[in-house]
Write a protein that binds this ligand. Structure first.
Ligand SMILES: *[C@@H]1O[C@H](CO)[C@@H](O)[C@H](O)[C@H]1NC(C)=O
Ligand SMILES: *[C@@H]1O[C@H](CO)[C@@H](O)[C@H](O)[C@H]1NC(C)=O
Ligand SMILES: *[C@@H]1O[C@H](CO)[C@@H](O)[C@H](O)[C@H]1NC(C)=O
Ligand SMILES: *[C@@H]1O[C@H](CO)[C@@H](O)[C@H](O)[C@H]1NC(C)=O
Ligand SMILES: *[C@@H]1O[C@H](CO)[C@@H](O)[C@H](O)[C@H]1NC(C)=O
Ligand SMILES: *[C@@H]1O[C@H](CO)[C@@H](O)[C@H](O)[C@H]1NC(C)=O
Length: 549
């Protein structure tokens, strides 16, 4: 008996100290594994800031030399916690050099600070009131403030000063003292018990789920969202098999309905996409959603939509592993030399190039990224005359004659094969909301074209990563532009231009591409309001996991 209690504590503490920091790390690492048209893919939009002479503090623009081509500017465009991209360009000729620079050790320090904050907050929570350790409590509070400030500064600038390192060491010392002062962690264990609630029972009852859980933790997101995911899994496995069936299944392949596809591993994001589409539809009963996720997230996703069916619409949840008609080596096809970022290699991101194979029964499908919110009826899109094109999309050019947002900025035109196939001044169009004509796609065999470019991309440096550049090649000559008010993107980018209220209100679809996703704490409040409107924060799972507005 005693032993089993002990075992449980060890298990819980293990969960806390190993798993929590781990998914925090993952949170930094992957704001989302499935943000398909990622912020960096649209990073160039932020160059607008430079043109107007406003350089944000993280946006460095330096004149590096003046040569025959005029002044050469060096500019940091894309940033991740690991590296940043600098672009050299001249006013007249646009980009002439792109290089990647790597930060050293910053990411590790960010992790360390995140961990310290968790530990310090935990100790604070378990400190008895009015204890003889009140000086320690004060110290912890002070250190937390310091580290918070430092963390914010570091994540914004990727720079750590000598005094910052000293602060981290001071926190370390304080935590060490706290550990000595609160050796009895039983209170901690019982608090954690509440937090993980029935997960623990599940864990013990069904050993098999353990591997599920670790994978879910690893692949999903911060804090509450993690608890949310786990609770839904428990719910799913508690349901009888016959209850695990979504309603209206007979309509899933009905070609007379409007079909929407979302490829995602994030249940909250999907919930908002589905709910907002349906809330704003004039004919919600004619909508069929196809959510494709991975097998780790399948139970979560299913449980959520079983409990919150998007009536009167139809919904289908499918795991990528169960899709037929994909090439047998599909999931191993997207490893590129030197690229480890999951956003660029996750098979879910590349599913978009197999739409005709996934939906053999359809002639049109509307693809939505999971980081969008729909604010208008999209039914009209099906009536647009696509003039024999395959892809209906909004373009990213601003028609000022500036070279940004042209395909030559994301494809490597030093390669002859590029110049001989494409006009570099072609406007980039955006992923996020695209209507695809699958009949035309099949007629031109664009999936085959995708395979060819993919193969060539593995042999030579044709583009830098993500699905946007290869998309520009595959759908070249097969894309028709849609009015920009249909799809407003860039809302998750730290350096995006200021979007007017008018533009936000007018847009049919808001797209939070960028790493400041609306479900993360680092989201941009002004844009998040449009997203959170479609999430019921009173839902018992959200309440239980402390996910609030
Ligand atoms: C804790 O301290 C405060 C003031 O420092 C006092 O008002 C309160 O009664 C104390 N509580 C206990 C339980 O000793
Ligand atoms: C996948 O299979 C196709 C043909 O079956 C082949 O051309 C391609 O190189 C394979 N890809 C990988 C990554 O093995
Ligand atoms: C695009 O269309 C033009 C004009 O019809 C044609 O010359 C060109 O070969 C096409 N390019 C590709 C890559 O299909
Ligand atoms: C572009 O292609 C050229 C020629 O093949 C190659 O030397 C260069 O490294 C490539 N540039 C990038 C940024 O990939
Ligand atoms: C969907 O959005 C509506 C409107 O904002 C909201 O009232 C409702 O609670 C949402 N449903 C879910 C399942 O979140
Ligand atoms: C959520 O529940 C609280 C208390 O039950 C209620 O006051 C509040 O209006 C609810 N909010 C929504 C959005 O339903």
């Amino acid at each position: 008996m005693r032993q089993s209690v002990l075992l449980r504590r060890v298990l819980l503490l293990g969960l806390f100290f190993v798993v929590l920091p781990f998914f925090l790390i993952m949170m930094l690492n992957l704001p989302s594994t499935n943000s398909k048209s990622e912020w960096d893919e649209f990073g160039r939009e932020s160059s607008g800031l430079v043109k107007n002479g406003h350089t944000g503090d993280s946006h460095k623009l330096n004149v590096i030399e003046e040569d025959t081509e005029g002044i050469v500017y060096k500019e940091e465009t894309l940033r991740t916690p690991d590296w940043y991209l600098t672009v050299e360009h001249t006013e007249k000729f646009g980009i002439n050099k792109v290089s990647v620079e790597v930060y050293k050790g910053i990411r590790e320090k960010i992790w360390e600070m995140e961990d310290q904050l968790i530990m310090a907050r935990a100790y604070l929570q378990f400190a008895p009131p009015n204890s003889s350790n009140s000086h320690l409590v004060k110290e912890l509070k002070l250190r937390i403030k310091e580290i918070q400030r430092l963390l914010a500064h570091t994540t914004a600038n990727y720079h750590l000063s000598r005094s910052a390192l000293q602060k981290i060491r001071q926190m370390e010392a304080t935590l060490f003292r706290a550990q000595a002062a609160y050796p009895d962690c039983s209170a901690m264990a019982s608090k954690l018990r509440a937090m993980t609630s029935n997960t623990e029972e599940q864990l013990r009852a069904q050993q098999k789920q353990a591997s599920y859980l670790t994978q879910v933790v690893a692949r999903t997101m911060p804090k509450g969202l993690h608890c949310f995911s786990l609770s839904l899994i428990s719910e799913y496995f508690r349901m009888d098999a016959e209850k695990r069936v979504l309603p209206r299944g007979h309509l899933v392949e009905d070609p007379d309905l409007y079909h929407y596809a979302v490829f995602s591993d994030n249940v909250l994001a999907c919930s908002v996409v589905v709910n907002s589409t349906i809330c704003n539809s004039k004919e919600p009963d004619k909508i069929v959603f196809h959510i494709i996720t991975d097998s780790q997230n399948f139970p979560t996703m299913s449980a959520w939509f079983l409990l919150n069916p998007p009536t009167p619409a139809t919904i289908q949840i499918e795991a990528i592993e169960n899709l037929k008609n994909l090439p047998s080596n599909f999931s191993s096809s997207f490893k590129f030399h030197g690229i480890q970022d999951l956003r660029f290699t996750s098979p879910l991101n590349y599913l978009r190039f197999y739409l005709p194979q996934i939906f053999p029964f359809l002639s049109k499908v509307l693809l939505l990224d999971h980081d969008v919110v729909v604010r208008k009826d999209l039914g009209e899109l099906w009536q647009v005359d696509m003039e024999g094109n395959v892809n209906l999309a909004v373009e990213a050019c601003d028609n000022t004659g500036y070279s940004f947002n042209r395909i030559k900025t994301i494809l490597n035109f030093s390669e002859p094969v590029m110049a001989s196939n494409f006009d570099g001044d072609t406007c980039i169009w955006a992923f996020g909301m695209n209507l695809f004509n699958l009949d035309e796609w099949r007629r031109h065999d664009l999936t085959d074209s995708f395979h060819k470019w993919l193969q060539l991309g593995k042999e030579r440096q044709l583009w830098s990563g993500g699905t946007l550049p290869i998309g520009q090649m595959v759908f070249y000559n097969h894309t028709i532009a849609l009015d920009r008010s249909w799809h407003l993107f860039g809302l998750g980018q730290p350096n995006f231009r200021l979007v007017s209220e008018h533009e936000l209100e007018k847009a049919a679809v808001l797209h939070y591409n960028g790493n400041r996703k609306p479900w993360l704490e680092i989201s941009i409040p002004r844009y998040k309001v449009y997203w959170k409107k479609y999430l019921n924060y009173n839902n018992s799972f959200l309440l239980r996991c402390n996910i609030h507005e």
